[in-house]
Write a protein that binds this ligand. Structure first.
Ligand SMILES: [Zn+2]
Length: 418
């Protein structure tokens, strides 16, 4: 583990810390039952702002090899993500006129959840992902996948083999990359002269203003604003041409970049909005740490009060954000009986750190806990629709952020409509 003495993007010194979530385990280090007695590694989780380029980033980095080779996140388990990805693929096919002579490269292609949409239309693709399990799953559905870390080296090799991408897609990966400049230089290297890259990242503005501190974890080294990204792309000869916002993952940016400048008003508008909000100034971030401590305390107090009344509480969503929320808020197995999750890769294991058992979602209806803490609040509507029977039977969800609230069957109507 190493401390970032200089900014990951602009390499300036003088990073300004504004939040510490303490020493927490790696979020995807699910504990098998037969290793329940063994201690697990914990790493500091401290966040800082770069006053030179505005990039928000972790102060310490865990070696990537410790994280991704054993990565157990499979994108295809989220219906919301599948729909979002299908729409993205269709839009690209139309807007870029993709056909059997094109090449679409996806970085962090996971289990092929996105590229499969192109394969179905006969458009050549190449997935790149170092996570072995998901890459095997991608190959099994006909998505060719290189099991490697992407950077300028791999991009140069592919280019020397004659590969140039008409479209590069990099969704929810930029924040994970230790060598940010090498990764973006790699995109510039592999892109055809008139190609575009579309990159989705969680938006730091949603993190700060929505108090989404549980999206901060060791795997997420950076938290992006348009201001910080514009400087990053510019350094590698890429032009930021278009910016859109999507609700997925608690609020994301989709950025379109290319070698050619075709800048649209959306770029200028976002840069102006960020400047008006003060996002290029440390003051915007300074009070975040105190607000996080307050919401953690109020959530814990709510759960303790319910337990004190004899209520039984479970949780839903054994994802990374759940690990962070539970560990950094001091919410353990004394308050939460089990965590329900759809992924069979996680069921039968224990949540990292807090060691709460992970079970299939059917257990909610079987055991009818009085409350379910919604750890995967970013998929709130999808989960409420899936758990309609639990809610109709009188079960209630607790949505933790930005302020803990409970919702029950009365919310089903608006969820269906939305
Ligand atoms: Zn910087």
């Amino acid at each position: 583990m190493s401390a970032a003495m200089t900014c990951r993007s602009c390499e300036a010194e003088g990073l300004l810390p504004f939040l510490s979530l303490g020493a927490t385990p790696l979020t995807d280090a699910y504990v098998p039952l037969d290793r329940a007695d063994e201690p697990e590694a914990r790493y500091p989780l401290d966040v800082a702002f770069c006053p030179s380029c505005s990039l928000v980033q972790l102060l310490y980095a865990v070696p990537p090899e410790a994280i991704f080779r054993d990565y157990s996140y499979y994108s295809s388990f989220s219906e919301t993500l599948l729909v979002h990805s299908r729409e993205h693929a269709r839009e690209l096919m139309t807007s870029r006129g993709l056909d059997s002579g094109s090449l679409v490269i996806e970085l962090a292609s996971n289990d092929g959840y996105l590229l499969r949409n192109f394969v179905e239309e006969g458009i050549p693709v190449l997935g790149i992902d170092p996570a072995l399990g998901p890459a095997d799953a991608a190959e099994a559905i006909g998505v060719p996948t290189l099991r490697e870390f992407f950077g300028v080296e791999l991009a140069s090799r592919l280019r020397s083999e004659g590969k140039r991408a008409d479209v590069v897609i990099a969704n929810n990966v930029l924040a994970h990359v230790p060598d940010l400049n090498g990764f973006v230089e790699g995109i510039a290297t592999i892109l055809a002269d008139d190609g575009i890259a579309e990159i989705e990242v969680p938006y730091v503005r949603e993190l700060i203003e929505g108090l989404e501190f549980d999206t901060i974890y060791h795997e997420h080294l950076c938290y992006f604003s348009v201001t910080a990204l514009d400087a990053l792309f510019d350094r590698h000869g890429l032009s930021l041409n278009h910016v859109r916002r999507f609700p997925i993952h608690g609020g994301s940016l989709r950025l379109t970049v290319g070698r050619r400048s075709e800048e649209r008003d959306t770029v200028r508008t976002h840069l102006a909005d960020e400047a008006a909000a003060g996002m290029d100034d440390f003051d915007y971030y300074r009070g975040f740490g105190d607000r996080v401590v307050e919401v953690q305390a109020s959530l814990r107090a709510m759960l303790e009060r319910l337990r004190g009344q004899g209520k039984r509480i479970a949780a839903y969503g054994a994802a990374a954000k759940g690990t962070i929320l539970l560990n950094s808020s001091g919410i353990g197995s004394d308050l939460i009986a089990f965590v329900a999750d759809k992924s069979p890769h996680k069921q039968g294991k224990l949540m990292p750190g807090v060691r709460i058992p992970i079970v299939p979602p059917e257990r909610l209806l079987e055991e009818m806990p009085d409350y379910v803490l919604l750890l995967a609040w970013n998929f709130r509507d999808e989960i409420m629709r899936e758990q309609r029977a639990y809610l109709e039977a009188g079960g209630r969800f607790i949505v933790p952020l930005p302020t803990p609230v409970e919702v029950g069957r009365e919310a089903l109507e608006s969820v269906e409509a939305g």
